[in-house]
Design a protein around this ligand. Sequence first.
Ligand SMILES: CCC(=O)SCCNC(=O)CCNC(=O)[C@H](O)C(C)(C)COP(=O)(O)OP(=O)(O)OC[C@H]1O[C@@H](n2cnc3c(N)ncnc32)[C@H](O)[C@@H]1OP(=O)(O)O
Length: 514
Amino acid sequence: MRLHVAELAAIRDRALAGPGEPATAAQKAKGKLTVRERIGLLLDEGSFREVEPLRRHRATGFGLEAKRPYTDGVVTGWGTVEGRTVFVYAHDFRIFGGALGEAHATKIHKIMDMAIAAGAPLVSLNDGAGARIQEGVTALAGYGGIFQRNTKASGVIPQISVMLGPCAGGAAYSPALTDFVFMVRETSQMFITGPDVVRAVTGEEITQNGLGGADVHAETSGVAHFAYDDEETCLEEVRYLLSMLPSNNRENPPAHGCDDPAGRACQALLDLVPVDGNRPYDMAKVIEEIVDDGDFLEVHERWARNIICALARLDGKVVGIVANQPQSLAGVLDIEASEKAARFVQMCDAFNIPIVTLLDVPGFLPGVDQEHGGIIRHGAKLLYAYCNATVPRISLILRKAYGGAYIVMNSQSIGADLTYAWPTNEIAVMGAEGAANVIFRRQIAAAEDPEAMRTRMVKEYKAELMHPYYAAERGLVDDVIDPAETREVLINSLAMLAGKHADRPSRKHGNPPQ
Ligand SMILES: CCC(=O)SCCNC(=O)CCNC(=O)[C@H](O)C(C)(C)COP(=O)(O)OP(=O)(O)OC[C@H]1O[C@@H](n2cnc3c(N)ncnc32)[C@H](O)[C@@H]1OP(=O)(O)O
């Protein structure tokens, strides 16, 4: 037996060592960690249990018979993050550029099936060149199996994709099906086809980073939710995100003890938000003041900055926050903001995270670009997501909430459980100036002094329809609160809603706007 065990140890050592020093040096020269270093940073120390470390491909042709490394270029297994089980698969770029062949794919399929069965999150550490060219259609079929499982797992277990190298083709599609995409500046890219193919087909000259680097995807395309300067910080933030998510859709997110008093008065809010509805301010500071210890994790922080989507804790329990950002495009809803918030609301609903919506919204962004770009169907995505969400939903109107944007952003009429407003709230079909221009157009045009008439009509409209208690008198907000009470009121209301259960009519699935 000892001889056998010694032989096993030698084989294991070879598998663990990977493809050798030159390949490792090349990986390091690109500023990247090795696959096992990454897994070591992601998981609790010593918790990784590898599955199929001795797997090798059986493909033939193109010299593959002579090149059959252990792992086949992907390390799979499970471990823990803060003591909770997490499944992981990680490409090894040193082997076939991390490209996916049949054996590689079936290892990933197995670990995905295990994660779904165990009801635990799946994290992929992506550093791979897509389908392994030498294996042809079997490689493509392997990707099909991953996409199918990504979709099956969607809304069942959290799926997190961490991009740690140049990821092409299927290695970019699969992450797009998952809940969160993390990237690292300079070293990670995502594209359907690399710069060489782009040059050949369209004649465009572009670098890998220019085409699909972290900043491109975190700021322009919205493909990446998070971007960091180095792998260590990136993987630490993945751990932080996991600490806010439940293991699966049958559980609640983990609650923590909280030293920040639930009844803490938020006096700073009285000065943070200008009473004049046209003056900008930083909504992030408002969120910081309300949530436990001022701590929150912004999702898609650099994309569609006119809306904030963040995970935070209130009295130790995780909440999702959706908030207009008045210091960016006046907090207006446009195509990208609608898409960003819709996906976030859906994610929160899938994983039992109550949603707090902070409104200060002048409406949808008008314009030809927006209309031709499909603001109607993109805005409808957010409406659909809120209407569909059965988790506790609370809205707070800080200042203005106008028109369709007011309805879309979790108004009482689309199912908010509770709606509060500050005494500065102004809920209306549109701003007073715009409203007066429409309904008093004739009187203004016929007046001797049109400007004086316009001013008088604006004032009249405001006095009649836009005073802060108009909605409260009609029961359309549940209470008008002192901003300093905001934290206490939200915590108290969420505690009441903790047992919320909502049934929906039976159906296969809805047909959301796309
Ligand atoms: C589902 C459909 C799909 O996935 S279709 C997508 C197919 N994949 C592609 O088109 C990507 C082709 N590869 C590339 O564009 C580049 O290799 C990228 C990913 C940009 C990385 O470039 P770079 O960092 O310079 O590395 P490199 O080209 O030297 O490659 C390193 C080693 O990996 C190999 N490699 C690369 N891609 C594949 C692939 N798809 N199949 C099999 N092997 C691949 C390279 O040949 C190279 O190998 P070696 O180290 O020279 O032995």
